[in-house]
Design a protein around this ligand. Structure first.
Ligand code: ZN
Length: 237
């Protein structure tokens, strides 16, 4: 069975293991100026958060599922894409993983793609599994022709020109292996996140220090400036 009928809204809540998003912007560099807002005090606030934060938080906590194409009301809307844009997304995901420290978490990430087919009965939606391996690769220009990780790529124009469909992406992040050394991942911004309820919390130096004391098998490959801060702290305390 590669088709399923799902009742809406989903019977899943956003929590420590689940998050819903209506975009596929993985990294900060993919977000434009219009995706931030100036507050009254002049400070700039992001209105869209890059997905790398959530992936980083799931990696550092207990794994989870990120649903791209589901809105805050738990309705599967899907994200409009051409096949070429679909291919771009996978290139971006790989690129994002390569920017993670201490090493690429790609082996812990699995993505399922489902085509969203609307039904007359608006309380339901039909989902059809898309097998990327079975797609004809000659349909796609080479990934080198895409501006992967950038704010704009030519393939985005296809949203108005080429055949598009609605897609739901389920990005599954495996929980850490309890028998392996603990790895604290940092995303492409050099920040480490942990999942707390339904949100991503930046891991501050205090937390890192505590974790370093608590676990002797911790594998941390910190950015130099963070390492320097910790060394300084240890010297003075
Ligand atoms: Zn592209």
């Amino acid at each position: 069975m590669n088709k399923a009928i799902v009742k809406l809204p989903l019977a899943i809540e956003e929590d420590v293991h689940n998050e819903f998003r209506m975009h596929t912007k993985l990294m900060l560099t993919e977000l434009g100026k219009f995706q931030s807002k100036q507050d009254k005090d002049g400070s700039i606030r992001r209105t869209l958060q890059p997905i790398s934060k959530t992936i980083c938080a799931f990696l550092n906590t207990d794994g989870g599922r990120l649903f791209l194409g589901v809105n805050d009301d738990k309705i599967i809307k899907g994200i409009t894409m051409s096949k070429n844009m679909l291919y771009h997304f996978f290139g971006s995901l790989r690129h994002m993983c390569e920017k993670f420290k201490p090493f690429s978490p790609i082996s812990r990430i699995k993505v399922s793609i489902l085509e969203v087919i609307p039904m007359d009965d608006k309380t339901k939606v039909k989902l059809k599994k898309v097998d990327m391996d079975k797609e004809d690769e000659s349909d796609f220009p080479k990934l080198a022709n895409h501006s992967v990780g950038g704010f704009f790529c030519d393939c985005f124009k296809e949203i108005n020109q080429a055949a598009t469909k609605q897609y739901l992406f389920i990005v599954q992040v495996a929980a850490p292996d309890p028998n392996a050394a603990t790895v604290i991942y940092q995303n492409e911004e050099g920040l480490a996140y942990r999942r707390r309820l339904a949100s991503n919390k930046c891991v501050y130096l205090d937390d890192l220090r505590r974790m370093m004391h608590e676990r002797n098998r911790l594998f941390v490959d910190l950015h130099d400036e963070v390492r320097h801060e910790i060394d300084r702290f240890i010297k003075f305390h």
